[in-house]
Design a protein around this ligand. Structure first.
Ligand code: DX5
Ligand code: ZN
Length: 226
């Protein structure tokens, strides 16, 4: 019998690693093979980089039915919830470092009928998010310091994944646990075994010769074996 985690394993390619000049084609190539599209929005303040925003999400919405998992690496994300919803976002993730108490942000998100995720950076202790897990559809454990794709996986993040999985299971919750940063075929299985069930993969999908084969390889790694 499949475990609950097994039935809800999801691969979420991050378009940050895609060729932005061919974004529609890049998404189209993988669309039938993935579960979610991870959309990294950066403001140049919370993280030292800028990426994309509402107009790009709106354009992408016109060319795909994939769910958009929008990771908001910005200082005042709640201001943009209505615009993001209108543009086609399905869920938004904000950072606990931006909202030490995210209760109001979660409420604004619900008002817009958006899924709510809470992300935690590598230096932030698990205790910071623990009181708020029940507000969330998804916990996002950052396994790199946010801002750039293509960084090396920070191994200590596995402990946070395990703590989140333990909390979710012991409270009878169905909260998704996503891991974001440096995920590839060499470590995705360990992330799954630690308790992650949603896997962001940027470079290990879009920066390969064959993104579909790369997704299938990631999926093969996390598939339950006999
Ligand atoms: C980092 C972003 C990640 C990034 C992942 O700030 O939040 O989603 O795109 O890219 P890879 O998989 O290349 O580490
Ligand atoms: Zn991300």
């Amino acid at each position: 019998m499949l475990s609950i985690v097994e039935t809800r394993l999801q691969i979420a390619p991050s378009i940050l690693a895609a060729d932005f000049a061919r974004l529609g084609d890049e998404v189209d190539t993988i669309a039938a093979h993935v579960d979610l599209l991870h959309v990294d929005v950066m403001d140049g303040h919370f993280v030292p980089n800028v990426s994309l925003g509402v107009p790009v999400i709106e354009s992408l919405r016109a060319v795909t039915d994939l769910k958009f998992d929008c990771h908001l690496m910005m200082l005042n994300p709640d201001y943009y919830f209505p615009a993001l919803q209108k543009a086609g976002a399905d869920s938004v993730t904000v950072h606990i470092e931006v909202y030490p108490n995210p209760t109001e942000a979660a409420e604004s998100c619900r008002t817009e009928s958006l899924g709510f995720g809470l992300a935690i950076n590598p230096p932030t202790p698990f205790a910071a998010i623990e009181p708020f897990i029940e507000l969330c559809d998804m916990i996002v454990v950052m396994s790199v310091n946010p801002g750039f794709g293509g960084q090396s996986f920070i191994d200590a993040s596995m402990e946070k994944v395990a703590a989140a999985r333990n909390f979710v299971e012991s409270h009878g919750l169905l909260t998704d646990i996503e891991i974001d940063g440096g995920i590839g075929p060499a470590n995705i299985r360990r992330a799954r075994d630690a308790g992650a069930n949603v896997f962001v993969a940027g470079s290990s999908v879009f920066r390969t010769e064959d993104p579909v084969a790369a997704v299938e390889e990631l999926r093969a790694q996390i598939r339950e074996t006999e």
